[in-house]
Design a protein around this ligand. Sequence first.
Ligand code: GAL
Length: 429
Amino acid sequence: MRIAASLSVAVLGFASLIAAQAPTAPKVPAAKAAAAPAVAQTPPMGWNSWNFFFEKVTDKNIRDSADQIVASGMKDAGYIYVNIDDTWEGQRDANGVLRTNAKFPDMKALADYVHSKGLKIGIYSGPGPKTCAGYEGSLGHEEQDARMYAEWGIDYLKYDLCSFIPDVMMKQAPNDKAAQMKLMIAAYDKMDKALKATGRPIVFSLCQYGWDAVWEWAPSVGGNLWRTTGDIQPNWDRIYAILSQQSGLEKYARPGHWNDPDMLEVGNGKLSLEENRTHFSMWAMLAAPLLAGNDLPNMKPEIKAILTNRDVIAIDQDKLGRQAAHIYSDGEVEVWTRPLAGGAMAIAVMNAGDNRYSTHPFHLNLRRLGLADTQTGKDLWTGKAVELTDNMPLELASHDVLLVRVEKPVFAGKGAESAPAAAKPAVAK
Ligand code: GAL
C-alpha cells in the first residue's frame, strides 16, 4: 500500500495543478460522438468490489456477491454487472500476458460462474504502468489486455488514470497542460479501439476523477460513463459534496453516455437510514450508474429494501435518459426535477441541513418548477399517492428526501415563472 499512498499523493498534487489551470477541452467530432453504442442504453446497474472490500477482494468474494445478487432479488430488480475493481492483477509473463494474482486463481472460470447466474462481469485496469493500488496497468499492452478480457468473457472495463499522470503525462509533457491532456485522451482512445477490435460489447467506464471537462470529450473516446468526481466515501458530507458538483452536468447525460458520480455507498459506513435513502434517490435522479458497493452476504433488510425499491430504480433507468436538474434551493432544502418518458416527472425535495431538531417546515414552490398549483403523484418511499399543492409545508428530517413521481404533471399557464431547465428539451453537446 506504500505505492498506492504515494500514487494518491501524486494524483492529488496533479489534481490541484490541473484545477488551477483548467485547459479547454477539444471539440468532439460530431460523427464520432453520434455513433449509437450498443451498451449502457440505460445507466449500468450492478455491484463493484471496491467500496467494501478494497484491496482485499478475492475470487470467493466475487462468487458470494454474485450469489447474493440473485438470492436477494437484486438481479430481478436490474443489478446485472458484477465488477472486480483493482488488485486482481499479477505479473506479466515473458510474452507480456498479464497473469492474475493468487487471490484470483482462474479468471475465466470466475467469469463463467458469474455468467452462469445470468449476470455480467466487469474488470479494472488503467492506462499507466501501475493501477491506483500499485498493481500492473495496461501501458503498452492495451490490445493484448483487451483481447484477454474478451477471451475471459469480460463485459465491462473501468479504466483508471492514476499512474499515467506522473509516469506518462508529466514525464512526456512537463509543464504543458494541453499536451498532457492530449496524451490522456489518446490513452483512453487507444483502449476504446482495442476493446472495439475484440468485437465483444464491453461497457467502457472512464475513471479520471472528472478532470478536464471529461463529459465533453468522453463520448468521443467511446466512454459509456465517466467519473465526474474524486472518490466517494461512506459519509454524508462527501456524498453531499459530490451531489453538489453534479448540478449543470445534466446536459451531457444521454442513452449510452452517463455522468458517473461514483459507486454507491448505500449500506456502508455509518450512514443513517435517511442518508442511505437520500443517496440512492439522488443517484437515481442523476441517472447515475447504480453500482452497489456494500457487503451483500451481510446486507440488512432495510438496506436491501432501499437498493431494490423498483419505483426509484425506474427513475434511474427511465428510457428518456435525462438527468435531473437542481431547480432551486431555499435555505438548506434543495428541489431537483427530472423529466421522464411519456411526459412524467420526478421531483426530489432534499433537506441537506444538519439540524435534527428543526421544526421549521419548508414550503414547496410548485411555480418555480413550472407547475400549476396542484399535482398528484406517488411518494416513492411510502408507496402512497400524494397530492402536492403550491406553498405546502413539508417537514423533512435532516438529510432526508421526499421523492415523488408525477405521471401527468400539470404545467402552469400564463403568469407562471418560466419553465425549469429540466423541463426543456435536452441539448446534448
Ligand atoms: C481509485 C478509484 C477507485 C478505485 C481505486 C482502486 O482511483 O477512484 O474507485 O477504483 O482507485 O485502486
